[in-house]
Write a protein that binds this ligand. Sequence first.
Ligand code: ZN
Length: 161
Amino acid sequence: MLTDPLLPAISPLEFREVPSNADGKQTPSPFGDGPQAPAFTLPLALRSIGRGLRKACPACGEKTMFRKYFQMEPICSNCGVIFSREQGSYTGAMYLNILVTEFLFVFGFILLEFVIGTSTMLEIAVLVPFNGLFPVWFFPRSRGLWAGVLYLCGDLYPDPS
Ligand SMILES: [Zn+2]
């Protein structure tokens, strides 16, 4: 394993320490073990992911996540949740965007080719622009959706001060 001489040596086991609640039990969450993971319930999962899809803060529901179309706010101005704590925490949103786009692309191709039976030129005329434009439209929504997942994992929380 390569080590950076400028960083203190931390074993992978020490890196992610899971704090326990006041009663000594760890927060039960099937998604993750972040320091502020909320107790998982299906309504909470649907609500926080739904809020993210609407580009709203997964924690409080206010539309505070985006400054501009492609630019996220660093912190929720309503509840103080920090949207991104580390570089690359929204890489999953990028994969999610690609996954949804290509799933819909293939679904659209099957629909046009085998169900409707359109010409190849019409399929190209519909699906190529779709493949270019849909990821742009879905970009903030995929980030919001991913923020909902991060919230459920306990990686979206305000600073204690
Ligand atoms: Zn908020």
